[in-house]
Ligand binder design. Structure first.
Ligand code: GLU
Length: 483
């Protein structure tokens, strides 16, 4: 096989949609599996909708996901520029070539003429879609003013069939009679999508074009362009869309669709890639894949032909599994920015942070959860109203004070001796554990759920443990109404 060259060609008109990320991922996996090249190309010829800000969002999203590109913006390459609006002279040159070979022509039809033709078509009562038949297709004379405003149209064949064997969908045949003389270049020199796409894929040496099946309609016109240019046609892989749980096209109304939202929700890039990879591709029953496994196992033959439905619960589950695959050190490292967001500045190698990770890892699903679960070790207790109301009540004040006195004597201040000492004291006084457990938990953490009591004490250390138990006792004695 010649070198695999694949590309991702987003239009920068907003956030990077997770459906687009899946397209990018499959191409990236294919390139990495074959030691090929992954190209990033920005398709910004829709000048009204494209923004510099969204280009930056695309780049940031790709970087966060670790979908590194071998050629494209910022990294360059031999086939640049990689932003379509900077390639207008290349499109002009290719349009000229097509005019010279008789595959394209200048069309001077005005908007009014096209509108009149459309009206006549509608009045005729035909059910066929409107295809503008430009009079300039067959005219050999030029207009009076050679510089008059015009577009360049493709002279589409009407006979025959255009076919390709799609890597996902199999054999596809499209009758050429359905084609129209689509526009290649607008009066301002900007290419329309099909033309820009083919010129770029061709000049960038792309061997396989992978994209959503909403583009199936563009593939026959694109193949006709390759043929008109006498170029080898790329292979195509069209994958089904990502749908919402109710079967609609997945949009903001259904879920977080911008990939950076998942970063902010505390997801791992590897988890996002794993979930998206499985949404449309399978490898037996396996659900959890490392990045390396995806590279090794991905193949177009197991990309499904029906659309995958987004499932938030499953996504979160995949995320949690990936979080738990990390070492304590890595969890700490990923959690640090989320702690900073809630005002806690610690280093990833902070001893307290590292000590807390084993206790929170079984329950946490995202790094937001981890940050939240460890927050009380680093800042003053913030009481959950319900826990405070239920457990920091006058009846429990005495027990909290006595517990503080009992643990004050424990040395070293470690789980096992704390556990043994407190249990012995409870037994001696014929008190059940529950007399102190929940009040102490609320006093020390502000919450009714936390790691084990003695684990919390050990991580907090003696000084903070005593201070919090005694402060809790004070609140309980005063039985303040919750704030
Ligand atoms: N810019 C197009 C899109 O974002 C690219 C389609 C393609 O990959 O050919 O849909």
């Amino acid at each position: 096989m010649s070198e695999v060259r694949v590309r991702f060609a987003p239009s920068p008109t907003g956030y990077l949609h997770i459906g687009g990320v899946r397209t990018a991922l499959y191409s990236w996996l294919w390139a990495r599996q074959h030691g090929g090249k992954f190209i990033l190309r920005i398709e910004d010829t829709d000048r009204a909708r494209s923004t510099e800000e969204s280009i930056q969002i695309v780049l940031e999203s790709m970087r966060w996901l670790g979908l590194d590109w071998d050629e494209g913006p910022e990294v360059g390459g031999d086939h640049g520029p990689y932003v379509q609006s900077e390639r207008l002279d290349i499109y002009a040159e290719y349009a000229e070539t097509l005019i010279e070979s008789g595959h394209a022509y200048r069309c001077y039809a005005t908007k009014e003429e096209i509108a009149t033709a459309r009206e006549a078509h509608q009045k005729s009562g035909t059910k066929d879609g409107f295809h503008f038949r430009s009079p300039w297709r067959d005219r050999t004379d030029g207009p009076e003013d050679a510089n008059a405003r015009h577009v360049i149209r493709f002279r589409a064949p009407h006979e025959g069939t255009t076919s390709w064997v799609d890597e996902v969908k199999g054999q596809i045949d499209i009758l050429n009679s359905t084609q129209q003389d689509f526009i290649l270049l607008r009066p301002d020199g900007l290419p329309l999508y099909n033309f820009g796409c083919v010129v770029d894929d061709l000049t960038m040496g792309v061997t396989l074009v992978a994209r959503g099946d909403d583009h199936m309609i563009n593939t026959a016109p694109q193949i006709l362009l390759y043929e008109a240019l006498d170029a080898a046609v790329a292979a195509f892989a069209h994958m089904p869309m990502v749908l919402a749980p109710n079967g609609e096209k997945l949009s903001k109304r259904h879920a977080a669709v911008g990939v950076l939202e998942y970063r902010d929700l505390g997801y791992l890039p590897d988890a996002v890639l794993n979930y998206l990879a499985r949404l449309g591709w399978s490898h037996g029953d396996q659900e959890i894949f490392t990045r390396q496994e995806l590279i090794e196992k991905f193949g177009w033959d197991r990309v499904g032909t029906t659309a995958g439905r987004y499932d938030a619960k499953k996504f979160l589950h995949v995320q949690a599994e990936h979080l738990r695959m990390l070492s304590d050190e890595d969890i700490a490292r990923w959690t640090v920015p989320f702690l900073a967001k809630i005002g806690i500045e610690v280093e990833a190698d902070d001893a307290v942070l590292l000590k807390t990770i084993p206790y929170v890892r079984p329950r946490a699903e995202t790094f937001v959860d981890v940050a939240d679960a460890v927050a009380y070790f680093f800042r003053d207790v913030e009481f959950e109203a319900k826990g405070k109301r239920k457990f920091l009540v006058p009846d429990n004040a005495q027990a909290l004070l006595r517990l503080a006195d009992v643990v004050e004597a424990v040395e070293p201040f470690r789980q096992e001796p704390l556990d043994a000492t407190v249990k012995a004291w409870l037994e001696e006084n014929e008190l059940p554990m529950k007399v102190v457990a929940q009040p102490a938990r609320v006093a020390m953490t502000g919450r009714t759920r936390s790691p084990g009591l003695f684990e919390v004490m050990e991580v907090l250390g003696k000084e903070k443990t005593l201070a919090r138990l005694r402060a809790g006792a004070k609140i309980a004695a005063a039985d303040e109404p919750p704030a």
